[in-house]
Each structure stands twice: as C-alpha cells, then as structure tokens.
Design a protein around this ligand. Sequence first.
Ligand code: NAG
Ligand code: NAG
Ligand code: NAG
Ligand code: NAG
Ligand code: NAG
Ligand code: NAG
Ligand code: NAG
Length: 921
Amino acid sequence: MTMTTLTGERSFKLLLLHAFLLIMLSAHLSPALGFISGVGVGDANNIRCLEGERQALLEFKKGLVDDYGKLSSWQSGDENNNCCNWEGVRCCNLTGHVLELHLSAFHYLSGITKPFGGMISSSLLELPYLTFLDLSHNNFNRSYIPKFISSLSNLECLDLADANLSGPIPHHLQNLSHLQQLYLGRNHLKNIENLEWLSHLSSIEDLDLSSTNLSVANDWLEVVSSLPNLKTLWMQSCDFPPMSLSSFLRFNDSKSFASLESLDLSDNQLVHIPKSLGNICTLRELHLWSTHLNGQLVELISNLSGCAKDSLENLDLSENQITGSLPNFAIFPSLKRIYLSGNKLNGTLPKIIGNLYKLEVLDVSLNFLEGVISESIFSNLSNLQYLYLSNNSLSLEFSFDWVPPFQLNEIQLSSCNLGPRFPNWILTQRNVSYLEIYDTKISDTIPAEWLVDLPPTLKLLVLSNNHIYGRLPNVSTKRLNELAIDLSANSLEGPLPHFPTNLTFLNLSINQFSGSISSLCKINGQLLAYLDLSHNRLSGRLPNCFMQWPKLLILNLAGNHFFGEVPSSLGSLSVLNTLSLNNNNFSGNLPSSLRNCSSLIVMDMRNNRFSGNVPAWIGERLQSLIFLSLRSNMFNGSIPLHLCWLKDLQILDLSLNDISGTIPQCLNNFTAMAQKRNYSFESFIPLSYDNRLVEAYFDSVMVELKRNEYEYHGRNLGLLKIINLSSNKLIGKLPSEISSLLDLFALNVSRNNLIGEIPQMIGQLKQLESIDLSRNQFSGEIPSSISEISFLGFLNLSYNNLSGKIPSGTQLQSFDASYFIGNRALCGPPLTQKCPGEETPSRSEVTTKANEENEDELGKWFFVGTGCGFAIGFWGVCSSLVLKRSWRHAYFLLLDNMKDWIYVTITVNIARLQRKIQRQG
Ligand SMILES: *[C@@H]1O[C@H](CO)[C@@H](O)[C@H](O)[C@H]1NC(C)=O
Ligand SMILES: *[C@@H]1O[C@H](CO)[C@@H](O)[C@H](O)[C@H]1NC(C)=O
Ligand SMILES: *[C@@H]1O[C@H](CO)[C@@H](O)[C@H](O)[C@H]1NC(C)=O
Ligand SMILES: *[C@@H]1O[C@H](CO)[C@@H](O)[C@H](O)[C@H]1NC(C)=O
Ligand SMILES: *[C@@H]1O[C@H](CO)[C@@H](O)[C@H](O)[C@H]1NC(C)=O
Ligand SMILES: *[C@@H]1O[C@H](CO)[C@@H](O)[C@H](O)[C@H]1NC(C)=O
Ligand SMILES: *[C@@H]1O[C@H](CO)[C@@H](O)[C@H](O)[C@H]1NC(C)=O
C-alpha cells in the first residue's frame, strides 16, 4: 500500500480504518459471522455425536493453544460427552455427524478477537461429513495451509482468513469440488506461481484472496474471470502488476465474470477503470479505493456505462487522485452508495444527486468541493443514512425549521459552514450514532433539551472547534450506552455538568469551564479511557476518586487553577500513559502512590509548586518514561541516581527548581539519548484525537525559535533528545559522560554553580543544536572540538570564567558576542577583546543583551515552554512523522500492542470504521 503522499493525520485515520476494515471485512464475509456458539442441536438433544468424531474433535483441540478457554465445553469425561452440544460444533440432526465447525476468533458483535494458537490437526480427517470449517482470525504461527484439508471432500465453505498462515497455497485444494466459499485473505501467502488449481473449483461463489502476493501468478485474471459461479471477488492488496489489470480490456466476451456481483480490487495499481468492467451486467458493487485512479471522474465512470450501469448499487472510488467535478450520477439508476472521499474533486455538489432517491450513503468528504447546499437537494433522499461532507469548503444553508426526510445513522460535516446558529435539523435525527461537526462555524448555545436526551444510539459526539458558548447542561445522565464526547476548543463556561456513567472519552479542553471537578466522580462506569480538561479555569483540589477509572490512558489537567496536593488515588491508574498536570498550582510532594503508574510514558509536572526531593521511585518504577518534566517547581535535594535507570528517557527537564548537589555521572545510562533509535515512538501511537491544536502550538514554538522548520523535520522531531537542568543550585563538574549522549539535541545547564572545564569531547555530540552553559563558573579554554558540531545553532557561554581564544574559523564567530561576554579572559572574534598578538577587530561596538535577566530568553530555545500541553504537542507531531515513515509497520503494532488503546480508538474512530464496513454491505 502506498499512502505516503497523505498527511500524517490522515494516514493515521486511514490506518485505523484499514486495520478495522480488514477485521470486519472477513467477519462480514464469513457466513457464520463468528458469533455462533454452542450451536449444536441442543433443541433436539436426543441427537448424539458419534464416538469416533468426538475423539477426533478432542484430538483437534489438543493441537490448539486455547488461551481464552473457549473450548472448555470440549471435554473428554462423561458429563458433557455429546459433542453436538460443544461450542462451535454443529451436527446433522438426523445422523449425528459433525457438519460444521465455527471456530472463528472474531466476535462480530463485540468486535473482540480471542484467537487460538497452535496448529490445525489432521484429526479433522475423521470428520468426513464436514461441510463448513471456519478457523478465521486465529493465530497459526505462520504455518502453511495443511494439504490434508483437500481431503475434506465435502467442504462447501472454508474460512482461513487472517489466521497467520503463510507459504504457498497448496494446489491440492483443487480436489474440493463442492467448495462454494473460500476465504484465504489477510494471511502471509506468497510464492504463488499460478492459480490453476482454482480453475477446477467451478462451484466457487465467494473468493477472498486479499493480501495474497500474486505478483508472479500471471494467470490470475484468466482463472478468476472464468469461474462461472463467482459472485464475490475480494482481491485487495494483491500486488499484481498494473499491466495484468490492463488486460481486463481483453475480457469483452460475456463468459468472463458471468455471475460477478461484487468486486474489490482496492489497494492495487489500477490507474484507470477498465471498460470491460462496465460490461458485467450483474455487477452491483465495485470497490476500487486506493488504486491510483486519476483523471476526470466523468471519464472514469463513462467506462462503467455498459450494462453494469443499470445494476450498480455501490461504487467506491475513494482515496485516489480523481479530478474534475461531480458528474451526473443519475446514469446509474440503482445507485445506493457513493464513496468518493479523499480525491481532488472540485466544483459544487450538483442538484442532480438529489434525484438518486435510493441513495443511502453519500461520501464526498476530503475533496475540494465548494458552494452552498440548500435543503432542496435532500428533498427526495428519504433513504439517506450516511452523510459525509467533511473537509470541503461547503456551506449548508437550511431553513431553521427544516425537517429532513431522512433519519441519518452517521453525520460528518466537519469544516463545512453550518453556522452561526446551531443546526436545528440535527435535533430531528434520533438514530444517529456518530455525529462529527467540528470546525463548522457554529456560534450558539447547545440546545439543552437535546443534550439532556441525546439519541440513545449516539456513540460519538464531536462539536469541537466551534464558538459554542454558555453553560453546558447535564448530558444524558440516564443513558447506559458508551459515549465519547469532544467539545474542545469552544467558549463553554460555568461549572462542569453531569455526564453519563458509561463515558469512554471526554475532551473539554480549551474552554472556560470553572469550579471544581468533583462532579466527574459520578462517571463510574469504569470505561473512561481519555480525560482532557486542559486549558480551562477549573480550580480547587483534585477529588480522590481516580480509582474509579482503571482504564484511564490519558489524563490531561494542564493549564487550570488546581491547587493542593495530588490525590493518592492517581496511583491506581496502572495503565496510564500520559499524565499532564503542568501549569497549575499543585503543591506538596509528589504522592508516592504514583510509583504504581508504571505505564507512564509522559509525565509533565511543569510550572507548579511541588516541593520535596525529586523522588527516586521515578527512576526505579516508571521505567517506560520518555518525557519527564519537573520544570519550574520547588523541588530540592539532589538528583537521585535512580533517574539514570530511565533508559528510554528522551526529554529530561528539571530546570528552575532548587536542586543542589552534583550532576550524576551515570548520565551515560540514558541509552535513548546515546543511540539513534526510535522504537519507543513506534510502539506508542498516541491518540491525541485532534492534532490540529497541537500542530499550531508546535508552529508557534518554531516561530519562537526562529529556526527553519525544514531543519527540524529533516531531523525527525519525535526523536529529539533534550536535557535541561538550568537555574538550579548544582555544583561540581559537568560530567564528561555527557559526551556519550551522542544523539543529544539540546543541553542546558545554565545558571548553576558548575565548575571545572567544559568536557573536551563535547564535540562528539554531533547532533547538538543548542548548548547553554552560561552563568556558571566553568573555567579553562573552550574545547576546540565544539567547532566540529555542524548543526550548532545556539551557543551561550556567557558569564563564566573561561579563558583563551574562541576557536576560530567556524560558525562560532557568527554567534552574537553577547553569548561570550562575562568571561574575563576570553578573546578573539566575535568579542572585541583581541587576543595577545592579534590585531584589533574592525568592529567597534558590540551590543550586549545577555545581561537581561529574562526568563523568556532562558526558555526561548527550549521547547518546553508554556501554552498548550507540550506532551501532546510532542506526540501529535511525532505520530505524524512516524506514521508517514512506516505506517505499515505501525499498523501491525497497532493491532498487536495496543489492546487498551484499541478500545478508545474504536470509540473515536468508529465512524470511519463503520463507513468502511457498510461499504462492503
Ligand atoms: C433437521 O434440520 C432440517 C434442516 O436443517 C430441518 O428442516 C428439520 O426440521 C430438522 N429436524 C429436526 C428433527 O430437528
Ligand atoms: C510458533 O512457532 C515457533 C517457532 O516456529 C515455536 O517456537 C512456537 O512454540 C510456536 N508457537 C505456537 C503457539 O505453536
Ligand atoms: C504470526 O506468527 C509469527 C511466527 O510465530 C509470530 O511472530 C507473529 O507474532 C504472529 N502474528 C500474529 C499477528 O499473531
Ligand atoms: C485429489 O483427487 C484425486 C482424484 O480425485 C486423487 O487421486 C488425489 O489423491 C486427491 N488428492 C488429495 C491430496 O486428496
Ligand atoms: C477544477 O480544477 C481544475 C484544475 O485545477 C480547473 O481547471 C477547474 O476550473 C476547476 N473547476 C471548478 C469548477 O472550480
Ligand atoms: C453502563 O453502566 C451500567 C451501570 O453503571 C452498567 O451496568 C453497564 O454494564 C454499563 N454498560 C457498559 C456497556 O459497560
Ligand atoms: C543503569 O540502568 C540500569 C537499569 O536500567 C540499572 O540497573 C543500573 O544500575 C544503572 N546504572 C547506573 C550507574 O545507575
């Protein structure tokens, strides 16, 4: 798949979408839908299974690794020996022979996967009447598809999709002459020389070969197109060369694809729509997303104007490079679902769309459409269920009391102009499950009667980035369904209202809410995974009720007026990834219970009034930390040696405290700063749901830094390594071990009482962009190696006891002289003071700015300023980069490692996911 041209945020969303699509797709295809359980002949329980088959099933179980105990009903004792009643087993109600095995790992309704591991035992051969075998979504450890399966000669359905199988497809499958459904997609099948075996399976109706590498199977098209009964063909991501597709053009005779109803060639190189597709008179669904289609839409679809135009119901051309305006879709009278998102379409939404009265899905999001849409366009669209117009420049101008003819399931109108009044028609939509209307220029209050009684179906409500003002009424407190709410970046004020118990995600950041947050303690459905209240006017002490939210992954309370001690119940958040309490008035010691938050990756305590020692348990127990900032508090004591245990640490900021003692020599234990490595970022894919704010913050930092952005992008922002210990009372030397942190980007130890020489080898730190050693008592000469640091953009050595000549012939001479002043014995350019035996520099006056005791100046080059939460900014940016670089890799990590994340991810991205699922419908 190639999506590198997309922006990070977009590819992230696509990523999720694809990930879930893949899961859902196969579940969708599996006739049994994976949720059949214990479907024996329980009703007619006089039917008993045969002993030989019972033994075969037990033998089969032995081959599996059943970590979830799903086969606990498969027992060898006397009690439950009727194997027709076992989980997933169906027998013939006359003979008692086992006919079907439903052992998919995917539970379609819950979306949860509980795979078996192990192997597929050949004991299945003792089930000679088996017609249905579903082992999809299990994990067979990259083993090959066993050849013996071809001897199960009665098989009608074989589902091995997404089962971690590999290798070639055994051509022996050609013996399965009764096979009607064959699902082998999303495995690691490769080295497929040909599909000749498939041509023997003339009964095949549904075929899934997605993600099978067919790059050398030159006969694939010939074979699949001549399967006489083929109705559904799924061949996403098959890597076949574009040339082989253009040979579609040869297939003009009516025998090819004689029965085809649904074709998915998405995520391959197609470039154009072959005319022959338009001649498939049975074609109802055509999925060609991400197939490099380009050119004018009107020309592309003219290739479908053969007899297919009358049958076509579902057309998906999203994520291509299609240009031009929206054509007259009325030439496809049966059309129900149109997906065109993520193309380059321009012009307006033509009124003629309103004639497609069968239309259920209209997705033109992420294009360049513009103009005003009035309600009349929808007057015949009473079947519309999914409306996606996001990310265009469209204005929706409906009369205030318009009552639409439709009841939508999903509404995505983000960045359309819906304002300034709250769109009243939305209140009429009582079946809606996903409602995303961020950045829609609404400048109004939210109707209280609606919020208090949200549609019971609603799962996601996004109203962020508008100008919604006023107090927030209570939100549907009686409802028991899960709900995610994002009202961030509005002008809401007053106290926090009550929220429903089963909230999963709450983002109220960047508003003017005030008062205490104790009322949130009523959210106790234990589902809350994301809580962002940052940048409001909330105050008071934090309530001690965090133990109610054991699934909390992100807690951001930054930029409020909270005070008092941090409650000990924060320590019960054992899966917490991000804790941002910065920019408040918290005081006291950090509670030692925080040592139990061992999953913390980001701990941001900046700009509070915390005191006491820097706790040693941070190093001992929070060993996943990548970002640690205690900047600008009242911590005292010395730097605990245990901090050196944080081998993944990339940002350490202890500046502006009262920390004394020496800088530990074990600095070289910060492995992440010493090595170029990036796994930490790839294994933590953040869900800062809305990256836009974050990027804005980052841009402002860039402006402050007066640096060219490209420099940073080139060097991969997410991987910056920074140490800031400035403005403390540190004594002793700067340990020479610092020279081993080879990937360090910025070092600031200014405003301490450090003595001794600057480490000679400091020039080894080739990645250093910024060094500030000012206002210490460093002595000796400036190490000449410093001039070898080619990226150095900032160097401040002022107010020390340095002596000798400033190393010359390098960029050091281009720095402002003020960064060298205050060293009585330093000489040479850019200082005016000439070294003994040298001529007077031509410059006469040097302005000195460095004596301004300016906090801003101090923080300027350093990223960790105030403003939006740095942590999220940091992750927001680096996620884009990571995903751009290796999104495919991240995709697998997402599925493998993000078990808890997935939960939130599903909630938040489910709209897109659902869209993908129903595309297949
Ligand atoms: C056996 O199954 C068939 C179809 O599967 C059904 O029509 C018939 O009623 C069943 N008989 C009994 C005794 O359950
Ligand atoms: C998976 O394969 C590896 C190596 O081939 C083996 O060590 C491991 O035990 C297998 N795991 C299972 C669950 O079969
Ligand atoms: C597939 O099997 C391989 C080999 O044992 C293993 O490394 C990998 O993690 C498995 N993949 C999944 C998704 O379980
Ligand atoms: C496939 O069927 C042929 C004849 O029907 C038989 O000779 C052959 O052994 C079978 N192969 C397998 C692997 O079952
Ligand atoms: C659409 O874009 C094309 C190419 O950029 C341009 O020539 C054309 O005028 C645009 N059409 C409209 C309606 O804006
Ligand atoms: C919602 O909360 C209620 C009561 O707190 C609980 O019984 C129910 O299981 C929760 N629903 C979900 C989906 O977790
Ligand atoms: C370096 O870190 C490891 C744990 O990551 C720790 O065991 C070791 O003691 C540390 N070394 C020093 C000198 O602190």
